[in-house]
Unconditional design. Structure first.
Length: 155
């Protein structure tokens, strides 16, 4: 019984009518995709019924996982199965892919770990965002707000 349940979860298929999008993301190693990316892969108009149906089907079949950033999804490729990657910074990467001018930085122990200066990853990553550019609702959902003094020339 337990073995049957595991094989049910891991077994996924791709309907022919959505396979172009899935194949495109798989070949190019995309891990964060937007509705625009799906539309481009299918060659359909943004906002079309076929695009909405495709995204709905890919989410239902376990190929896409919605992210907090509107219109952004984590692509769950064949190599990892229908499970999220576990990347704690995927929301930040989704926001950056949507807003390329958005300035953010991983700070503290997380930055040290990513640079190879710390032995363990932190329990939670800290991301600094420039307050003058405005925020991101997607990043605020899983954030702790810390106020820092403005940078001065003396520092």
């Amino acid at each position: 019984m337990e073995q049957e349940l595991q094989s049910e979860l891991i077994s996924r298929h791709v309907p022919r009518w959505v396979s172009r999008a899935d194949t495109d993301f798989e070949i190019f190693g995309r891990d964060v995709v937007s509705t625009n990316d799906v539309a481009a892969a299918l060659g359909v108009a943004i906002g079309s019924r076929r695009l909405r149906n495709t995204i709905h089907e890919l989410v239902k079949l376990g190929w896409l996982r919605p992210l907090p950033a509107r219109g952004m999804y984590e692509f769950l490729g064949a190599h990892g199965g229908p499970f999220p990657s576990g990347d704690p910074l995927i929301e930040a990467r989704a926001v950056r892919s949507r807003r390329s001018d958005f300035r953010l930085a991983v700070v503290g122990t997380g930055a040290a770990f990513l640079r190879g200066l710390a032995e363990r990853a932190p329990d939670r990553y800290a991301v600094a965002i420039d307050r003058d550019q405005g925020g991101s609702v997607a990043l605020v959902m899983d954030a702790v707000r810390v106020r820092a003094p403005r940078r001065t020339d003396a520092i």
